[in-house]
Write a protein that binds this ligand. Structure first.
Ligand code: MG
Ligand code: MG
Length: 254
């Protein structure tokens, strides 16, 4: 799918799809605790989608068996929800994609389980920060390369691995449109961003390597050295001021 420019009405539809994604994240965030399984989180997503009349972007996508992706610790992306029990000190990247009235929203967040180590906390905080920086660079008139470059410069200065094998994407009536949105690159390259372009921006940083491999389940992507990985993603609409977040998080009551 080539890049598509959305009009105001279409952006509004994507805000509504994004709100579904945010609602699922809110309910999952409230449930995450030691002893919970990744399938429990998938069930929350399934039920929330049914509540609001939306469907998962991921279920059945090239045969993917879950409503969400749930990637724990050294798993980077595309973890399959199942019987794995979350333990105190784990981190879990939850990727949620929803289709409402034919429009997609896509957002990933990495959550702490109970008490996590200082290193893990730093990784989560800095990956979230790298996403914020990328979104600030995603303004009309900028080159796409500026977005990934901003992530790379920030992450490298703090010694993180920056995953290159996976990245963000255009999004709209299909989950994956052009352009591919890498988390590295040359600020003078790539397409010129235009108002109304909608992108999923999704840095993945690790405490070690940048190398990945896929497990025998043919989905789960892990770091080759077992180092922990963190993934934060928002769907945004390009504006002159930067990306407008369409999957804005909802507050999580404590
Ligand atoms: Mg995603
Ligand atoms: Mg995505």
């Amino acid at each position: 799918m080539p890049p598509t420019i959305k009009n105001a009405r279409e952006i509004q539809k994507m805000r509504e799809a994004g709100a579904v994604v945010a609602l699922i994240h809110q309910r999952i965030a409230m449930a995450i605790a030691p002893g919970v399984t990744t399938m429990d989180l998938d069930t929350i997503a399934r039920d929330t989608l049914a509540d609001v009349g939306a469907i998962s972007s991921f279920l059945g996508y090239h045969g993917f068996p879950g409503h969400i992706c749930a990637s724990v610790n050294e798993e980077i992306v595309h973890g399959i929800p199942g019987r794995r029990v979350l333990r105190d000190g784990d981190i879990i990247a939850v990727d949620v994609g929803a289709i409402l009235d034919g429009w997609h929203g896509d957002s990933a967040w990495t959550y702490p389980v109970g008490q996590i180590s200082d290193d893990a906390k730093r990784l989560l905080d800095d990956t979230e920060r790298s996403l914020e920086i990328a979104i600030a660079h995603a303004k009309s008139g900028a080159r796409l390369g500026e977005v990934g470059h901003a992530v790379e410069v920030f992450a490298k200065a703090r010694d993180y691995g920056v995953i290159r094998d996976y990245g963000g994407h255009g999004i709209g009536r299909t989950m994956h449109e052009e352009p591919h949105v890498p988390n590295h690159g040359d600020p003078n390259r790539g397409m010129i961003l235009r108002t109304g372009l909608t992108l999923a921006i999704e840095p993945m940083l690790t405490l070690g390597t940048e190398e990945t491999r896929t497990l025998a389940d043919n989905w789960t992507v892990v770091t080759t050295d077992g180092s922990w990985s963190s993934h934060f993603e928002h769907t945004v609409a390009i504006t002159p001021e930067g990306g407008e977040i369409l999957t804005k998080r909802l507050p999580v009551p404590v």
